[in-house]
Ligand binder design. Structure first.
Ligand code: SF4
Length: 335
């Protein structure tokens, strides 16, 4: 822990926070295509956009707005990509959260030029589904119903992947002892809440197999561990992240658990969402951010708090991250 002006009204900053390697890669994927188009080296000339992106490339509205300003066109479904753009070879990027085989099939059927920005750690879970189904397993998948990542993973084998959200859902599952069972999870879950759900699953199905490595990714675990310590030293915690960002919402939950009755954890998209009343009587404000959040947004929150008198600041550093993912193969030569 490094101390800068400890004591008095202060900020306790989580480290690590913000961008993970998967988000960094996904954003860089779109930026690389945009830059190439700018140089006239890619399809997109002739009035067509330089790139389409299916769904939010990462779950952060500022990132999406920024890329949209640079020319990226975001669509919810591939059907929104016009035939003339497909014919011209305009790239269509799949977001960091991954897609189901149905979406890949639709893109292939239309002959789309796909650039897949699925985080490699999400792709790993897709591969695990295929491997376990091939080996005759039924898969219990802990995830959030409707989240893009969960939809993509379940879509690999809808008849064999059984999605549950909480420990309370375990009672609704029914498998005989001769059913081979294995557990997989979404990458951005709460480590602690998932442990409770796993305990309930092991209790009900003692033969259930665990994956070789946890599917909850390094970035999710590291950010939760850091915010837990931050919350212990704070009277209030502010998490920067969008409402549809699973890992950001989990950080709010973890922070709230760490604060207990001493204070409240809030989520903001940016400094504009801060409410002065949250800080009445608060001496120490903890800050962290989700894996899809640019650090400038955290900087804006720090500036706003400093203007409110939180002039002391120290960082709680739990681990140094050095994870890096290379760009999708078709883009590597363009950088
Ligand atoms: S949070 Fe984890 S799984 Fe999701 S994009 Fe980042 S590194 Fe990949």
């Amino acid at each position: 822990m490094t101390g800068i002006g400890d004591g008095g009204k202060r900020i306790v900053l989580a480290d690590p926070r913000g961008f993970c390697a998967g988000v960094d890669r996904a954003i860089l994927t779109v930026q690389t295509i945009l830059k190439a188009a700018d140089r006239g080296a890619a399809a997109g000339d002739g009035g067509l956009p330089p790139v389409y992106v299916r769904r939010q490339i990462v779950h952060n509205k500022h990132v999406v707005e920024d890329l949209a300003k640079q020319g990226a066109v975001f669509v919810e479904e591939l059907s929104e990509v016009p035939d003339e753009a497909v014919a011209a070879g305009v790239p269509v990027v799949f977001s960091a959260h991954g897609v189901s085989p149905t979406v890949k099939g639709e893109a292939a059927a239309r002959g789309m030029h796909v650039v897949d920005a699925t985080c490699p750690l999400v792709s790993k879970v897709h591969r695990e589904v295929l491997r376990f189904v091939k080996e005759g397993y039924e898969i219990i998948y802990i995830g959030h119903r409707g989240h893009d990542e969960a939809v993509g993973v379940v879509g690999e084998a809808p008849d064999h992947v059984h999605l549950i959200e909480h420990a309370s859902d375990v009672d609704g599952l029914d498998f005989s002892e001769d059913t081979k069972l294995v557990l997989l999870t979404q990458t951005t879950l709460s480590v602690d809440e998932t442990a409770d759900t796993i305990a309930a699953l092991k209790d009900r199905f003692p033969w259930i197999a665990m994956p070789p490595n946890s599917d909850i990714c390094y970035a999710t675990s590291n950010r939760q561990a850091a915010v837990k310590l931050v919350a212990e030293q704070s009277d209030c915690v502010v998490i920067v992240g969008s409402a549809n960002s699973s890992n950001s919402v989990r950080l709010v939950e973890v922070a709230q658990e760490g604060l207990g009755s001493r204070g409240v954890a809030h989520r903001v998209d940016d400094a504009g969402d801060l409410d002065d009343s949250w800080f009445d009587g608060v001496q120490a404000v903890g800050i962290s951010s989700g894996a899809s959040v640019p650090d400038e947004l955290v900087g804006g929150v720090i500036d706003a708090l400093q203007a409110m008198g939180y002039t002391g600041m120290h960082a709680v550093e739990t681990i140094k991250e050095n994870m890096h993912f290379v760009l999708p193969a078709e883009l590597r030569s363009r950088r």
